[in-house]
Design a protein around this ligand. Structure first.
Ligand SMILES: *[C@@H]1O[C@H](CO)[C@@H](O)[C@H](O)[C@H]1NC(C)=O
Ligand SMILES: *[C@@H]1O[C@H](CO)[C@@H](O)[C@H](O)[C@H]1NC(C)=O
Ligand SMILES: *[C@@H]1O[C@H](CO)[C@@H](O)[C@H](O)[C@H]1NC(C)=O
Ligand SMILES: [Zn+2]
Length: 444
């Protein structure tokens, strides 16, 4: 029973219908909606502390235009795929960034062959009201593209060249364009879901439907009618079917935390850990340490007192077996009693640039760690002795055995008085085998 939609509150029902419909009249009904928004966990609008300045924050149409501009200026390094769309047919803007002209961004189909270039998949904009992660993506792209226009000997150019030659980066720039459009059109900065109110990050096929999600369409953690009910999920399913990714990150905001899988209720119960847990924690620790602001990190079900079922990053680790899978919340102080919606997830416009500068080292460190990991993978495959010290050990053992044999051979030729031990009677193999035949257990 959900007390939030109990029959007693007729005004709540009315305001809900009005708030959630897209009629322009909506704006006049602010006052009606505000008292209702004290209901916990809903996605009704609130009287915000501050709102985004769209001269600074990108709105949806500027997100698209900016990406198109980057691609058209740098055709050798950026491509955009328009084929993935939302329920309302808006593009999800899949950007791919690498040096396409060096011929190394090929597709690897074998499980055992490493990608010649590190393949990373980043997902932005799952939650409509979290504007900040998309802004940090633009900051990253700006860093790479502006490096390209510098003289070749400058560190900025060298950095961009190195990233483009070592990484094949896939970016889903806007997972949930319908939700984002809804936020912009209605001014409801509490909206998190898709056009049907589904939380994409509870709609994936990993412990789907359990209690770390909601069946209530008004709840911010509404999981949808069935697993993968949202067409927006398809882009991530499809990309991870077509390519073998080394790493996946789903970006969010609201607090500063790096989550390692798993987050789901069942994993918490059985204390399940992903295969690559040691490396994942090491990466999380490294990335957290690179930040100016304090980040916490760890297994999601240990870090949080709540569990989350059907999340994207659990699915990528558990079902897709991507060796590195994270959810990273880039900004915020967590949900305090004083926070409304926009301010809970996004800095004030005039402080955006400063926040993005602080966040940038996280990407740099993430890439850096993964590049080294990848180089080691390739190294150990071309020179297996590095990975397997047991081989070196085996060689030493062989030498020791040869020396022993030599010693015994020489020793047996010495006169008896000079030997370390007298010659013993040698048990013949035949007598041994007859001993064993007696002991051999009876089998029918
Ligand atoms: C997006 O913002 C720009 C200005 O930054 C504005 O010109 C444009 O009309 C906005 N688009 C929408 C759909 O609101
Ligand atoms: C991309 O690769 C091509 C071919 O190897 C090379 O000539 C070019 O300098 C590379 N671009 C950058 C920015 O490194
Ligand atoms: C991009 O970021 C890297 C890493 O922080 C830095 O070394 C490089 O100079 C930056 N490039 C530009 C053009 O600012
Ligand atoms: Zn989120």
């Amino acid at each position: 029973m959900d007390w939030r939609i109990s029959e007693c509150c007729i005004i709540y029902h009315i305001s809900r219908i009005v708030c959630l419909s897209k009629v322009p009249l909506y704006n006049l009904l602010w006052l009606l909606c505000i008292p209702m928004s004290t209901f916990e966990n809903n996605v009704l609008p609130q009287m915000e502390k501050y709102l985004p300045d769209y001269e600074i924050y990108h709105n949806l149409s500027r997100i698209q235009a900016h990406l198109e501009d980057i691609v058209s200026r740098n055709p050798n390094y950026f491509r955009i795929d328009w084929s993935y769309t939302s329920r309302q047919s808006q593009p999800q803007l899949v950007l791919r960034m690498t040096n396409f002209t060096d011929g190394r961004s090929i597709r690897v189909t074998s499980e055992t062959v490493p990608n010649p270039k590190l393949k990373i998949l980043l997902s932005f904009g799952e939650h409509a009201r979290e504007f900040l992660p998309v802004e940090s993506m633009f900051y990253l792209l700006q860093n790479i593209t502006s490096g390209l226009s510098l003289p070749e000997e400058w560190p900025g150019f060298k950095y961009s060249r190195s990233i483009l030659s070592k990484i094949d980066l896939f970016v889903v720039a806007m997972m949930n364009p319908d939700g984002r459009r809804y936020v912009e059109n209605t001014g409801n900065y509490c909206w998190r879901g898709t056009s049907t109110g589904v939380d994409i990050n509870r709609n994936f096929d990993w412990n789907y439907g359990a209690k770390g999600s909601s069946s209530d369409v008004n709840d911010e953690e509404y999981r949808g009618r069935e697993v993968f009910s949202e067409p927006e999920c398809l882009v991530l399913i499809d990309l991870t079917t077509r390519y073998k990714f080394d790493a996946f990150v789903s970006f969010h905001s609201g607090i500063r935390q790096i989550y390692v899988p798993f987050a789901d209720t069942y994993s918490k119960k059985i204390q399940r850990k992903p295969e690559n847990i040691v490396k994942m924690l090491e990466l999380a620790e490294t990335v957290a340490a690179a930040s100016v602001k304090k980040f916490s990190y760890g297994l999601a079900y240990q870090l949080n007192d709540y569990t989350a079922d059907g999340t994207v990053f659990d699915y990528m680790a558990g079902k897709r077996k991507i060796p590195f899978s994270f959810a990273i919340e880039l900004w915020g102080e967590g949900d305090t009693s004083k926070s409304k919606c926009f301010d809970l997830f996004n800095p004030q416009s005039y402080r955006l640039q400063e926040a993005l500068q602080e966040i940038h080292p996280l990407y740099v460190t993430l890439f850096d760690y993964l590049i080294h990991w990848q180089e080691k993978q390739i190294e150990t495959l071309s020179d297996p002795s590095k990975e397997a010290p047991s081989l070196t050990f085996g060689l030493l053992l062989l030498i020791a055995v040869i020396i022993c044999f030599g010693f015994v051979a020489v020793h047996n030729r010495l006169p008896t008085c000079m030997r370390l031990y007298p010659r013993r009677r040698i048990v013949s193999l035949r007598s041994l085998s007859s001993t064993f035949s007696v002991l051999r257990p009876y089998k029918m």
